[in-house]
Design a protein around this ligand. Structure first.
Ligand SMILES: Nc1nc2c(c(=O)[nH]1)N[C@H]1C(S)=C(S)[C@@H](COP(=O)(O)OP(=O)(O)OC[C@H]3O[C@@H](n4cnc5c(=O)[nH]c(N)nc54)[C@H](O)[C@@H]3O)O[C@H]1N2
Ligand SMILES: Nc1nc2c(c(=O)[nH]1)N[C@H]1C(S)=C(S)[C@@H](COP(=O)(O)OP(=O)(O)OC[C@H]3O[C@@H](n4cnc5c(=O)[nH]c(N)nc54)[C@H](O)[C@@H]3O)O[C@H]1N2
Ligand SMILES: [Mo]
Length: 763
């Protein structure tokens, strides 16, 4: 593979994206079928793109993007991982292969059981696999010894059945990928506005005067968002970006689906103001904006002009403004500038845009949610929006941009380790069974419980926890200590190799494939970042007749373990309408579910905060009055400089799935083991571009966390901050370095020492 670093000059999207899409479709071994598939993505009668959770613009000609095309082509491959493959490759040898190699082998064809004596996975029948699971579950001393992990691609129907299965067994242990992702958004928004979701719809982007995008890389991770941003910027709306790095997609974009933009040299610039705060500096930056807005408000009032605050909104809908104003007054400019890494002048420019806009949307993703003070940072963004009543009016609001395509839906239908009382009561009444009341485990707590032997069986509905979770060797040890690990998966991954004493891989259908059950072809439903619930139906021919739908697999496990308590599980798996009837009876907002799905484009679940119905403890929207963190990470340890590392995604990956070795927009080709660093910092450390370094993270324990073989790349990033790809850097993230109240690993602020690689000479 040709490794190189070469500045990418074009806009995001454009011909580069079209060329890359074509390459992926042609390389998928099923080009004709995949082209048909792409044309069905995100259409009213098609499937929901498994790429991301951005909403669909109805009526658009094509509704996929380059990275959606990769996700679709990657899933719909003709390649298979057969029993023969496993006969040829012992597990210990597979462990030495890269994540790219593992997933590249294709779709898992049959259920497989790990034989520890031979170190090989061997085929097992579905019935025997379900019986093995039932034997383990029925042998547990306590239901809380079971962990049920979910990754956010699974459907509403599958996850609803999954939570009912877990709760009937008797546990609320539902660790899920969102614990590693947007948990802080849910916690902060619930406390502030009484609902853990974004308040805007896709149409609001057409009406906003200003959009503030914090800590996210839409060019790679939600490319369809660029269409909304591009349209907004063309209308003259201001787009203000806060990003630790200069990301191409936030600078310039050419729409690969627009003939005019493709054929003329004109591409759209996206951000009218682009600020690069230090990692974790956003709370300080937003505090600075609020400080100016409050100051300008006072001055305006003194001059006898109308103030800047929306006083009617504040009086009617909020509480806690005085406390917040005191917290702002107590925060000095010196502290704001130091922590944000931005000057007062830069913050003033952002505040001016904010203060002069009638309608403002704030969006954010992992650059905000994966820090120690993420909940406080999101509360600060809400504070700012409350000052001018920017919630619950057209063109304004809060928009956490979700990750996995159905992660929001999973939460809505009951994947929650701390379910609310009302939901449990409804389940009890409807199913006539007591539901467990003990709080369950989130992802970090589940790993700790497995490590200590308190949890014994781990079942995963998708995902790849071995690679996605922090502290890789610790997570591997936790899985190894389980009596049984079960992975319901499409493709081979690291988690299959980091298995428990007994282990199963259960191969499932993907979103793009036809799912035909006894009552005929089935569809499933998903919810996007804008609370739109809609149907999704695949049409592709399944890759193997042995694979089953996720719903059928869950029903099989449940029936073997529980019999028909409290439902005939197998009958539900034969007709998903019947599952939706149970959902309609137990989930608020899902009344007449089957009927409402007939509407083209699905239906809106609603958002109480957008209706100014504040379901908080105070019955109002709450200002938070927290001080800024006393300090972020230290700048040195024992005289050695310490950098703050963010772990992020390249353009050619989907979380732990590596599609290729390029990160086109950042100019990286043929490699992933790179460390982005400011040129001055490279000099100061006596390094050169291209040098190999090792990274050692600093944490309160004595464990050495180290990764090596990273090449230094000069990049436009604040000095003292560095960036490298996930999951290669996950061994550096300490399991217990988590966000306050969110318990999310601090993957965007890891304290690291950077040392020139010690090359061992073997003579
Ligand atoms: N193609 C593709 N699409 C995806 C995914 C994928 O892996 N590939 N993953 C999906 C999932 S699960 C998720 S959660 C989303 C993730 O979407 P993103 O949140 O965009 O993902 P990251 O790559 O982690 O990028 C973090 C961004 O925040 C910036 N950043 C980091 N720390 C800070 C900070 O402290 N302050 C500020 N202001 N900026 C900061 C980084 O420079 C980077 O641009 O994407 C989803 N969509
Ligand atoms: N250091 C660091 N760590 C991180 C992050 C970070 O930014 N930095 N980001 C975190 C975030 S935001 C997230 S969301 C997590 C992601 O964590 P996960 O959701 O656990 O991981 P994925 O890589 O998305 O899972 C990929 C696997 O899912 C399976 N799969 C794919 N499609 C399907 C399907 O349709 N059904 C089923 N059953 N299985 C399927 C395939 O076998 C594939 O190998 O990682 C987190 N970890
Ligand atoms: Mo995520």
């Amino acid at each position: 593979m040709n490794k190189k670093i070469k500045n990418y000059k074009a806009a995001a999207g454009g011909w580069g994206a079209l060329a890359s899409t074509t390459r992926f479709v042609l390389g998928s071994k099923k080009p004709a079928a995949n082209l048909r598939n792409l044309l069905r993505a995100n259409k009213v009668k098609g499937f929901d793109c498994p790429g991301c959770a951005w909403g669909d613009e109805q009526g658009k000609h094509f509704s996929f993007c380059e990275n959606g095309a990769k996700a679709i082509s990657w899933e719909a491959t003709a390649k298979r991982v057969t029993p023969d493959f496993f006969r040829q490759h012992p597990v210990s040898r597979l462990r030495q292969q890269s994540d790219y190699f593992l997933e590249y082998q294709g779709r898992i064809e049959q259920p497989m059981y790990l034989n520890r004596e031979t170190d090989h996975y061997e085929p097992i029948s579905w019935d025997d696999a379900f019986a093995l699971i039932a034997r383990h579950l029925n042998g547990l001393e306590h239901p809380d010894q079971l962990e049920l992990y979910t990754s956010g691609r699974a459907s509403n129907e599958a996850t609803y059945l999954y939570q009912l299965f877990g709760r009937t067994v008797g546990t609320n242990n539902f660790p899920d990928c969102s614990n590693l992702c947007h948990e802080a958004s849910g916690v902060a928004l619930n406390r502030a506005i009484g609902v853990g979701k974004g308040t805007v719809t896709l149409q609001d982007f057409d009406r906003a005067d200003a959009i503030f995008a914090f800590g996210q890389n839409p060019g790679t991770n939600h490319p369809r968002m660029l269409h909304s941003l591009r349209n907004a910027s063309r209308r003259g709306a201001a787009i203000v970006t806060f990003n630790n790095l200069k990301e191409r997609g936030l600078e310039r974009f050419a729409d690969p689906q627009s003939p005019v933009e493709m054929l003329t040299p004109k591409d759209s610039s996206i951000s009218s103001l682009y600020l690069c705060p230090r990692l974790g500096g956003d709370m300080a930056a937003v505090r600075g904006m609020a400080k100016l807005v409050l100051e300008w408000d006072t001055e305006a009032l003194k001059r006898g002009e109308p103030g800047l605050l929306d006083r009617d909104f504040i009086a009617e809908h909020t509480q806690g403004l005085d406390g917040y104003m005191a917290a702002v007054a107590a925060t000095s400019w010196q502290q704001i500038e130091k922590q944000s890494g931005l000057s007062r002048e830069q913050i003033r420019q952002a505040a001016e845009v904010y203060a002069s806009a009638e309608r403002v949307i704030c969006t954010w993703a992992m650059g905000i949610t994966q820090h120690k003070h993420s909940v406080a940072t999101i509360r600060e963004i809400v504070n700012l929006q409350l000052l001018r009543g920017q919630i619950g009016k057209p063109g304004a609001g809060l928009c956490p941009v979700r990750g996995h395509s159905n992660v929001q839906g999973n939460r809505t239908v009951g994947i929650n380790e701390k379910p609310d009382e009302a939901f449990l009561n409804r389940l009890e009444t409807h199913f006539g069974l007591p539901m467990p009341r003990r709080s369950g485990h989130n992802a970090v707590a589940a790993i700790q419980a497995m490590l200590e032997g308190r949890s014994k069986v781990f079942i995963a509905l998708g995902g790849n926890i071995a690679a996605a979770a922090p502290d890789t060797p610790v997570t591997a040890e936790a899985l190894a200590r389980c009596e049984l690990t079960v992975q319901i998966s499409t493709k081979l991954n690291r988690s299959h190799l980091m298995a428990g004493r007994e282990a199963l891989i259960l191969p499932c259908l993907g979103r793009t494939e036809a799912d035909v059950r006894a009552s005929g072809p089935q569809f499933i439903t998903v919810e996007d970042s804008f609370s739109m619930v809609h149907a999704s139906q695949g049409a592709g021919k399944p890759n193997s007749p042995h694979q089953r739908s996720e719903t059928a697999i869950i029903a099989g496990m449940a029936q073997a373990t529980l019999g028909s308590k409290p439902v005939d599980w197998l009958a539900l798996a034969d007709n998903y309408d019947a599952i939706r009837d149970h959902m309609a009876a137990t989930l608020p907002g899902f009344e007449r579910f089957n009927e409402r799905l007939q509407q083209p484009g699905g239906f809106y679940l609603g958002n109480t905060a957008a209706d100014h119905d504040w379901q908080t403890t105070t019955g109002k929207a709450n200002f938070a009055a927290e001080p800024l963190p006393a300090q972020l990470l230290p700048a040195e340890q024992n005289g050695e400089p310490v950098s703050t590392l963010q772990t992020l995604r390249s353009h050619d990956q989907y979380n732990t799935t590596i599609y290729g070795m390029d990160d086109r927009y950042r100019g990286v080709y043929g490699q992933r083991m790179v460390l982005f660093m400011h040129p001055d910092e490279i000099d100061r450390r006596g390094l050169n571009e291209g040098d190999e370094v090792e990274l050692i993270s600093i944490w309160q324990d004595d464990v050495e966390r180290k990764v090596s073989g990273f090449r230094v790349v000069a990049y436009d990033i604040p000095a003292g901050n560095v960036a490298a790809y996930y999951p290669e850097t996950n061994p550096l993230v300490p399991l217990h370095s988590t966000g306050d109240d969110s318990h999310t690993p601090t993957s965007k602020s890891v304290a690291v020492l950077i040392r020139r690689q010690q090359t061992s000479r073997i003579l």
